[in-house]
Design a protein around this ligand. Sequence first.
Ligand code: NAP
Length: 285
Amino acid sequence: MAQIIDGKAVSAAVKAEVAEETAKLRDEKGLKVGLAVVIVGNDPASRVYVNNKKKACEAVGFQSYEYALDESTTQEQLLDLVNVLNRDDRVNGILVQLPLPKHIDEKAVINAISPDKDVDAFHPINVGKIMIGEYSFLPCTPAGVMRLIESTGTDITGKQCVVIGRSNIVGKPQAMLLLQKNGTVTICHSKTKNLKEICLGADILVVAIGRANFVTGDMIKEGAVVIDVGMNRLDNGKLCGDVEFESAEKKASFITPVPGGVGPMTIAMLMKNTLTAAKQQAGIE
Ligand code: NAP
């Protein structure tokens, strides 16, 4: 039976580290850390995420600046705001909550954020830096996954790592991070053949596809570390992952639950990135 990886506890530890360092920077260097969070429109899920990010900022001692824009905001207006925030010294990190309304080109907005303040690490410059291993920020969800794997004491070196999903925000950067830690990495996607056989070879399996209970216990190698990034809302309103927990926990050595696994890590890593941005902008790191 697998040990359950407690994402809430690991996330709390990361936030505690960030809070301690933030207090030290304030007391010793008079430095304040600020995160601007921009939300456009009234998507209820986005509103929940933004509120959680603001709460996390308060908890670690950051200033948070919220810009809640009307659904009818034009791309030009949003780009203007991003440019103002790029120049605002109080703002160390800029987060534009996605998705944006359909009339706004997300790529144009991401590309307008100064790479130094791009705490989501979505800007092409930061994506490129991840490829060559010279990064300042890591995208929050894959970075959170790495921290969860680390918390199990698993050495990634030489392990067969399988990532299901190849999105720009999770699957691809996840594969890069596992590769940098010397894993032998296979990336799977919707066109992959023999998915079950590939999964059965995985010592570390990271699943990020967005399909409820897709990966079942018979696809998991005995003793594997299983990380479930998926967040799917069932008809009964319950949240569930991409991995069928009940059958998978019988095979895995470690497994993340949903909720309470990867989810809490994403915000913790955002806080860590914002602190890194503040230090870099102050010439400390
Ligand atoms: P996405 O952009 O929709 O990408 C999904 C990926 O899964 C694609 O690469 C797709 O392959 C692949 N896929 C879909 N069906 C598949 C199948 N039957 N077999 C194999 N691969 C398949 O999703 P995402 O943004 O990466 O997010 C994935 C999941 O993680 C979602 O549930 C999302 O809510 C969750 N998520 C959670 C957090 C968190 O903080 N916990 C953060 C981000 C995302 P193709 O490329 O071939 O289409």
